[in-house]
Design a protein around this ligand. Structure first.
Ligand SMILES: Cc1ncc(COP(=O)(O)O)c(C=O)c1O
Length: 344
């Protein structure tokens, strides 16, 4: 079972307390951002084919990816569904991990099937019903120049319990968003179709700025000035009965984005993949973020301008409910999106 942050004297617990204090100093007690940082340890982490204790899951300081941002990773969720614990869209996430690696010319030394099985086994070993799952492929210790020569490719899988990324309150009533002063990388810059650790330096700058300025999340524009995505989410807006989401140019090919698009099509809603500007977003009737961590989070305000009524609108609410029906196994038409942790 996951260890509570306060029930033992491990290094992890001390670090968690320290982080919490720092976050409270920065943002004030009671803010969801404090919970966001409180990583709750589980028992074991899968590293290169074997399980190690949580506190022993360490790498050498000269790990290549630590210096040059060449890791590729995934963020996946396992839900305690009505039909048993199930990982949502596991195969799609593992496929994207391998595609990210392919873009970065990283050869993961395991098959896709082996990674799928290792993820399910990590959940079972940690005896956890619902969790966030973080596979990470990275270049290990070896050469230290930018060219990684023959540094070994390593793979780890960690799982831990994680509540709503943007807070329960945000999920229900919507969040406040700031258009970032940071721009999404150009399509020929860091390859945003790959979920590469380096890309998250850009996300981190934007997120930190937004939180420091009192908002919940950042919205980044692309290099042409059109709305791209959040620091860790894709974005949708609804205006005059049409749902719009930016095309797959400077954004991550989100699996929740694709899920939402399918749910909208199922409901015969009008949806287009089309660029839009920040001022069109200001006058949208509704807007929301999608992401594995953020799930479907309504946006109630952008740059201090209310979106629609300033409350989650009907399209957002319907699609959010539809999404939760899928992940919790209540939607019979999309059961194939669930991979059950315990067979049979
Ligand atoms: C930059 C960015 N965009 C979008 C998403 C949403 O992707 P997904 O729905 O596959 O989690 C994420 C989350 O992984 C992200 O980091």
């Amino acid at each position: 079972m996951p260890r509570a942050a306060s029930n033992n004297g491990t290094l992890h617990t001390l670090r968690t307390r320290e982080m919490r204090k720092k976050t409270i100093d920065n943002f004030g007690a009671g803010c969801y951002k404090c919970h966001l940082l409180m990583l709750q340890a589980t028992e074991k982490i899968w590293m290169n084919g074997a399980f190690v204790k949580w506190d022993d899951a360490k790498v050498h300081i000269l790990t290549h990816s630590l210096h040059y941002g060449t890791g590729v990773f995934e963020g996946i969720r396992c839900y305690k569904s009505d039909l048993g614990s199930a990982v949502f869209r596991l195969r799609e996430h593992v496929n994207r991990l391998f595609e990210s690696a392919h873009i970065c010319q990283i050869q993961i030394p395991f098959t896709r099937e082996a990674v799928i099985e290792a993820i399910l086994e990590t959940i079972r070993v940690n005896k956890i019903d619902a969790c966030y799952i973080r596979p990470l492929a990275y270049l290990g210790y070896g050469a230290m120049g930018i060219f990684p020569k023959e540094n070994p490719v390593q793979l780890s899988i960690a799982v831990w319990p994680w509540g709503s990324y943007l807070g329960d309150e945000g999920l229900k009533n919507g969040i406040r968003v700031k258009i970032s002063s940071f721009t999404r990388p150009h399509v020929n810059s860091t390859m945003v179709r790959s979920k590469t650790t380096a890309n998250y330096a850009n996300s981190l700058l934007a997120k930190r700025e937004a939180l420091k300025d009192g908002y919940d999340e950042a919205m980044l524009l692309d290099t042409d000035g059109y709305v791209a995505e959040g620091s860790g989410e894709n974005v949708f807006m609804v205006r005059k009965g049409v749902i719009k989401t930016p095309p797959l140019t400077s954004i991550l090919e989100g699996i929740t984005r694709e899920t939402l698009m399918q749910l909208a099509v199922d409901r015969k809603m009008r949806l287009v993949e089309e660029r839009f500007t920040r001022d069109e977003l200001y006058i949208a009737d509704e807007a929301f973020f999608t992401g594995t961590a953020a799930e479907i989070t309504p946006i109630r305000e952008v740059d201090n301008r209310a979106i629609g009524s300033g409350k989650p609108g009907p399209v957002t609410k319907e699609l959010q409910a539809a999404y939760f029906d899928c992940v919790y196994g209540r939607d019979n038409t999309h059961k194939d999106w669930l991979s059950f942790v315990h067979a049979g």
